[in-house]
Design a protein around this ligand. Structure first.
Ligand code: HEC
Length: 208
């Protein structure tokens, strides 16, 4: 009985102290369980820094650094006569028409090189979860999270812009990938996803 009372008291006190003070404010400093995580010695982006002669925290890339295979080609972007011809082109950058609906077809020219580029990027960025054939047979499957199988009518009938949007912004459990795949590469991947869908849904007589 004594043990029971002790446990009962402990549970009551624990419940009250954890739940009872939710939402209440205090002027006292909060309890810091990991102070070194709350207060890290670090520099904030775009802040001042006396250590460097130019007084800036952010450092430019060392002179002569060349961005490779990167959308943001600095030398080009910062050159005087640079003009971003795609600026404001929502069809290309977001896969959407002016009214916000998804574009039906790829807004760029379809070439064999584009499919090849799509395959390369698909193998890097998507195959790990969706499987090489796009059937969802990837690393997450054993854990009960099925990365969607592309081979069903719903996804076959979705607009190209929709697939582009899933890559750009993610969907449900899938992460957005726009920070590492350029819009052109995303369109290339969409094209390759279409090729995969075709590969699993065709009859010999139909041809290519
Ligand atoms: C980390 C694993 C992971 C990666 C990498 C990944 N996906 Fe996904 N993807 C998922 C999961 C999980 C879902 C299911 C999301 C849900 O329904 O919650 C999904 C769903 C989708 C869907 C279906 C959306 C719908 O309407 O149901 C498409 C299309 C898709 N992914 C395309 C891609 C493409 C193309 C790439 C590569 C650029 C990619 N994914 C990379 C995990 C991933």
């Amino acid at each position: 009985m004594r043990i029971f009372l002790a446990i009962y008291l402990f549970v009551v006190v624990a419940t009250l102290s954890i739940l009872g003070f939710r939402g209440s404010t205090s002027t006292k400093p909060p309890l810091e369980v990991f102070p070194d995580m709350d207060r890290q010695a670090r520099y904030k982006p775009q802040a001042e820094n006396e250590f460097f002669a130019d007084g800036r925290n952010d450092r430019l890339s060392p002179a002569g650094t060349v961005a490779r295979g990167n959308y943001f080609n600095q030398q080009e972007v910062f050159s005087e006569d640079f003009e971003d011809t795609r600026l404001g082109d929502t069809t290309f950058l977001e896969g959407k028409n002016e009214d916000g609906s998804f574009v039906e077809k790829l807004p760029i020219e379809v070439t064999y090189e584009l499919i090849e580029q799509g395959k390369e990027k698909y193998d890097i960025f998507c195959a790990v979860c969706h499987g090489a054939a796009g059937d969802g047979n990837g690393v997450t499957k054993p854990y009960g999270v099925l990365a969607t199988n592309y081979h069903d009518d719903r996804l076959r009938n979705e607009a190209d812009g929709y697939i582009f949007d899933v890559i750009t912004n993610g969907k449900g459990l899938m992460l957005p990938l726009n920070d590492r795949i350029t819009p052109e590469e995303r369109w290339a991947i969409v094209l390759y996803v279409r090729a995969l869908q075709k590969s699993q849904n065709t009859v010999a007589e139909e041809g290519i």
